[in-house]
Design a binder for this molecule. Structure first.
Ligand code: DGP
Length: 110
């Protein structure tokens, strides 16, 4: 399967690791939209939100909590986004959560 994030998981493409456990990997976005911009992905290939099972969601959201604390954004706040499909402007078809923070974000989301 020709998946960019599977290649990052396999170490074929370098990434700046932020967090890893048995099921989840997180790394810095190559094109950061905020001082903290982390991508949180499941290690198993899941295309998008529509295909995600509850166990994986739980694992991803637990990682969000850990990473927010680790990155120092838990207290002041942050935003998580998962783009899905064409209208959602998903460009990489391996489920990922964007965690954005470290500054006041725009109030608009679309
Ligand atoms: P989305 O548009 O929601 O599918 O987000 C994909 C994100 O992936 C986008 O913010 C840029 C990021 N990205 C694309 N290629 C790479 C890469 O090779 N390395 C890293 N670290 N991030 C990447």
């Amino acid at each position: 399967m020709d998946c960019l994030f599977c290649k990052i998981l396999a170490g074929e493409i370098p990434s700046q690791k932020v967090y890893e456990d048995d099921n989840v990997y997180a790394f810095r976005d190559i094109n950061p939209q905020a001082p903290v911009h982390v991508l949180i992905i499941p290690k198993k290939h899941i295309a998008n939100v529509l295909e995600c099972d509850l166990q994986t969601w739980t694992q991803l959201l637990q990682a969000v909590q850990t990473i927010a604390a680790q990155e120092g954004v838990a207290e002041d706040g942050f935003r998580i986004i998962s783009n899905c499909g064409d209208n959602g402007c998903q460009s990489v078809h391996h489920l990922h959560i964007h965690l954005l923070g470290g500054a006041k974000l725009r109030e608009t989301m679309a």
